[in-house]
Every structure is written in C-alpha cells, then in structure tokens.
Design a protein. Structure first.
Length: 197
C-alpha cells in the first residue's frame, strides 16, 4: 500500500509540483491532496492539472484564532486520510496541538541551511551576514519553528553581488531535487539525512 501524502501550500507551488511528479512508478507514496490557506495560490491550478484533489482553507476569516483555522484544516486533511504531510511553501505558523497531532509524519522545506535563519527573509539574512554558502533544508516539523530534526540539506555558493532574488533563484532548483529525495526515503521509513549536491 502506498503512503498517502497531503501537500500544504500558500503560493506558486513549485515544490509541490516537484514532489507530486516524483511520486510515480515504484515510488512508495502517492499525492492525495493539495491544500492551500490562500485561495489565490497559483499552485492550486497546477495541482488540478496534475489530477490531484485540492482544498482551500482560507486563514483570514479565522483572524487570530489559530486553533479554529487548524480545526478546519484538519477536517479537510482527515477527509483524505494522509499518512504524511509535506509543507511546501506553507506560510502559516502551526500550533503545538497541530504539530503534535502529526508528529513524525510532517515535513517542511525551508530556504536556509538550518539551524541558521529560521523564519523569514532567509536569503537577505545570509547575504547580510557575509555567508559564502547558503541552501535549503528539509526537516521534520515540531513545535519549534523550523526546528525539527534535519532530514536533508542542499548547499549552493553565495556569489559576490548576490541579491536575495538571485540567491533564491539559485537555491530553488535544489529545493526541487532535495525535497523529493527526502520524501522518498521518509516514505520508506529511512530517516538517514540526504545531503546534496
Ligand atoms: C520555497 O522557497 C520554500 O522553501 C519557501 O517558500 C518557497 C515556496 O515556493 N518556504 C518558506 O519560506 C517556509 N518558511 P513554492 O511555492 O514555489 O514551492
């Protein structure tokens, strides 16, 4: 039986596409749902084009009530009985109640070499710090923001004159390689980290 994967997005969904396209053939998992907290997320149409069920749980009507938002999200997720959740550019902070419900079953990709630069503006912070390398990390999601066990990293150089946009564009293709590689291992219950290139 294939592991059932739900992918959570907020934006363009390029990592979602990389994950979804990787789950084919002898892959041990299959995508069962793409859910966005933003109705206008470009990734929703891409998911539909890939034949994946989609759902929207707009966070805005819930205001600051994160628990109510997450209850609505959980209802959508549970309807598709996922074994694994992949956060792929999902830009909402999750409560400890949600992260503990999915403990050991939820992955995230973050555009920095964690533990450096959890949170936002990772590329600008790496450049401002004078770092000579940057990259991306896939990790298990715990209650600590961007803090769970690291399951993979890909490194790229920071080049002289880099802008945050240029660095992000250099890292993104590595996100698309790293996340599928980690998910495949994870779905096979293999927790050894993946290091790229
Ligand atoms: C990716 O770069 C991902 O690492 C980042 O958002 C982008 C989403 O792009 N995630 C975070 O910053 C999480 N804090 P995508 O929608 O094209 O996959």
């Amino acid at each position: 039986m294939s592991a059932r994967v739900a992918i959570l997005i907020s934006g363009s969904g390029s990592n979602m596409v990389a994950l979804a396209e990787s789950m084919a053939g002898d892959h041990p998992a299959r995508p069962v749902l793409v859910v966005s907290n933003r109705p206008e997320a470009g990734g929703l149409a891409k998911a539909r084009d890939l034949g994946i069920a989609t759902a929207v749980v707009d966070h805005r009507p819930f205001g600051t009530d994160r628990a109510a938002f997450e209850a609505a999200l959980t209802e959508q997720l549970e309807a598709h009985r996922p074994d694994i959740l992949c956060l792929a550019g999902f830009m909402r902070v999750l409560t400890p109640a949600f992260t503990s419900r999915w403990a050991g079953r939820m992955l995230n990709i973050h555009p920095s070499l964690l533990p450096k630069y959890p949170g936002l503006d990772t590329h600008a912070r790496a450049i401002a710090a004078g770092d000579t390398e940057a990259g991306c990390t896939v990790h298990e999601v715990t209650a600590e923001l961007d803090g769970g066990p690291i399951l993979g990293q890909a490194r790229v150089p920071v080049l002289p004159g880099d802008t945050p946009e240029a660095l992000a564009a250099r890292i993104l293709p590595w996100e698309h390689r790293l996340y599928p590689a980690v998910l495949r291992r994870f779905a096979e219950d293999d927790r050894r980290p993946v290091f790229l290139p």
